[in-house]
Design a protein around this ligand. Structure first.
Ligand SMILES: *[C@@H]1O[C@H](CO)[C@@H](O)[C@H](O)[C@H]1NC(C)=O
Ligand SMILES: *[C@@H]1O[C@H](CO)[C@@H](O)[C@H](O)[C@H]1NC(C)=O
Length: 230
């Protein structure tokens, strides 16, 4: 048996034993910032930003590879200055992170989606994308798929960005730190909308992002587990 098959076999076994799929908010996540800024309406979770606080939630577990998906309906109307983020991140100064950041805008002007990838604490890989639909009118799904070969950002299952593993060219790839899954909404009017020129209009608060369709298909890790095998 070749080494390749052996490695494949180990991963297949790991997949059977350690990987889970689930879809309930309270099984997967917990509020991590401003619990009083959350409301639950049946299947829908709403998180608000007002002049007192933003809000955020985080996964209860850390994962080593997987696909995470959430459906979001972004802040309607005037959302200028606000950012809603959905991301995976590990901990520490040399952390890895994959971000979706939805940059609000004034009424009728387009939201932009900024994606970024941090590897070993280094980001500076921002890309901005205009969506092909109005993300405030309905729920759309946003996913991060992370495996040994690539990180894929998907919008309604359409890949919008691929970050490939180019370790063979000496470029570091995020593959040895377990990651949590997070979302938050906060005021970023120092940079988010038109380069920070448009400020948050608090008379339009609260700014509400709505969520449903929580899915994580990944391999759960004990919280601070970091594999030493490379
Ligand atoms: C926050 O906004 C509310 C409603 O607009 C207003 O009544 C209140 O004074 C504001 N609070 C602060 C700290 O700005
Ligand atoms: C907001 O709208 C303006 C005007 O259409 C546009 O130039 C800008 O890229 C949009 N998005 C952000 C985040 O500023």
């Amino acid at each position: 048996m070749s080494k390749g098959y052996l490695i494949l076999g180990i991963y297949a076994a790991f997949a059977v034993m350690g990987c889970v799929g689930s879809s309930r908010f309270d099984e997967l996540y917990q509020p991590s910032w401003a619990m009083d800024h959350f409301t639950y309406e049946g299947e829908v979770l709403k998180m608000k930003l007002d002049n007192y606080s933003g809000a955020g939630f985080s996964s209860k577990s850390k994962y080593m590879f997987g696909k995470v998906t959430v459906q979001i309906k972004l802040v309607e109307g005037d959302s200028a200055g606000t950012v809603t983020a959905f991301y995976m991140s590990s901990e520490g100064p040399y952390h890895n992170e994959f971000d979706f950041e939805f940059l609000g805008n004034t009424t009728g002007e387009p939201y932009l989606v900024q994606t970024n990838v941090y590897v070993n604490g280094v980001g500076n890989r921002e890309q901005r994308l205009k969506l092909w639909f109005d993300p405030t009118k309905d729920f759309h799904s946003y996913s991060l798929l992370w495996n040994q070969r690539q990180v894929v950002f998907l919008v309604d299952e359409t890949p919008v960005r691929v970050h490939s593993n180019l370790e063979h060219k000496g470029i570091p790839y995020p593959k040895d730190q377990a990651m949590g899954v997070y979302s938050s909404i906060w005021n970023a009017d120092d940079w988010a909308t038109q380069g920070g020129r448009v400020k948050t209009d608090w008379s339009h608060a609260p700014f509400i992002a709505s969520y449903r369709g929580f899915e994580i298909n990944g391999c759960e890790c004990p919280t601070r587990w970091r594999p030493s095998i490379t």
